[in-house]
Design a protein around this ligand. Structure first.
Ligand code: SF4
Length: 80
């Protein structure tokens, strides 16, 4: 395994998703899909800050780097 390979799958296959915790509504989350259709949740903060793992173990329940995505805010408000 090279350093760029995901060490473990952090998300189940599509259709069997479980919540990724904070990452699912964080502006820094990048969803990566490989050629076999497996999905991974990558932390964008890991590029510049070694305190954040590239592929955090999900679900993430607490994170100092969390910043809510604007669409997550809108989804929580619900229909008007
Ligand atoms: S900053 Fe924290 S909550 Fe956001 S994607 Fe990275 S690990 Fe997940």
């Amino acid at each position: 395994m090279s350093a760029s390979d995901p060490p473990t799958r952090t998300r189940p296959p599509e259709g069997h998703d479980t919540p990724g915790g904070l990452c699912d509504t964080c502006v820094y989350q990048h969803l990566i899909r490989n050629t076999r259709g497996s999905g991974f949740s990558m932390c964008g903060r890991s590029r510049d800050d070694p305190r954040y793992p590239r592929y955090p173990r999900l679900p993430v329940r607490t994170c100092d780097g969390y910043e809510e995505r604007p669409e997550a805010e809108a989804a929580q408000e619900g229909p008007r």
